[in-house]
Design a protein around this ligand. Structure first.
Ligand SMILES: Nc1ncnc2c1ncn2[C@@H]1O[C@H](COP(=O)(O)OP(=O)(O)OP(=O)(O)O)[C@@H](O)[C@H]1O
Length: 220
């Protein structure tokens, strides 16, 4: 579904590329973890496949169409869903309104369907009384679950997550990873997440380590 071809990136003020000649394929129905030491370029890679930045070299294809042809604005709005470590929810809204707004903005097939949004929040353990409260009253783990619920109610087949469990305790980490696995397997989406935690990576279907400017597939 998503393919990189001879992908390379460096920041203008850096002499060395962070990665170069990267040829990878990501499929729906699978979850992928990307590991690598701090500063190796994991977040940068994620920002390229999320359409937040453009490659210096090579190209990214969604279903064989280059992102440059799809257009980054359309791609970001309709084709990819992003989960950040810092949740990035609308802080002045309730969980329910966060989902409804995301569905409206992206033109999701369930746009406007409150029951559907409630059902997804419930499945992620957000109790009915929390759904209409301001999200700032929720714990970090609950907010991250709302961010994941938002991904689930949108139609984008590609879900990218940057350190989604970085702020969470063990229980919430497990709940979040289990949910990403459901997104990949039950919703048949492609989940790509960056993590520092080998235990988290081990629960994904495939793992890569970014080292020496290349993504090395780790044995299962
Ligand atoms: N906007 C920028 N301009 C210049 N250099 C940057 C910029 N963003 C990141 N870098 C540098 O690029 C390198 C890779 O950063 P990146 O955030 O992609 O790494 P990472 O592997 O995600 O790191 P971490 O695990 O610590 O989050 C780092 O050396 C960082 O300092």
């Amino acid at each position: 579904m998503l393919r990189t071809e001879e992908l390379g990136y460096w920041y203008q003020d850096k002499e060395q590329p962070l990665f170069q000649q990267v040829n990878l394929e990501f499929e729906v129905g699978q979850s992928y973890a990307i590991l690598g030491h701090s500063g190796s370029g994991k977040t940068t890679f994620l920002s390229l496949i999320a359409g937040l930045d453009k490659p210096r070299e090579g190209a990214i294809f969604l279903n064989d169409r280059p992102l440059t042809e799809i257009g980054l604005t359309h791609y970001r709005r309709h084709e990819v869903s992003i989960v950040f470590q810092a949740y990035n929810l609308f802080t002045y809204m309730s969980p329910l309104n966060n989902l409804l707004t995301a569905m409206a903005i992206t033109g999701a097939s369930h746009a406007g369907d409150q029951d559907y949004a409630r059902q997804i929040l419930r499945a992620l353990g957000i109790a009915d009384e929390l759904m209409t409260r301001n999200v700032q009253h929720l714990s970090g783990g609950q907010q991250q679950r709302v961010a994941i619920a938002r991904t689930m109610c949108c139609d984008a087949k590609l879900v990218v997550a940057d350190e989604p469990t970085g702020n969470l305790d063990e229980d919430n980490t497990q709940a979040v990873i289990a949910q990403f696995q459901r997104i990949a397997h039950d919703q048949q989406k492609c989940v790509i997440l960056v993590t520092h935690e080998p235990d988290v990576a081990a629960q994904c279907d495939q793992q890569y380590r970014l080292e020496n400017k290349q993504f090395v597939r780790l044995a299962e």
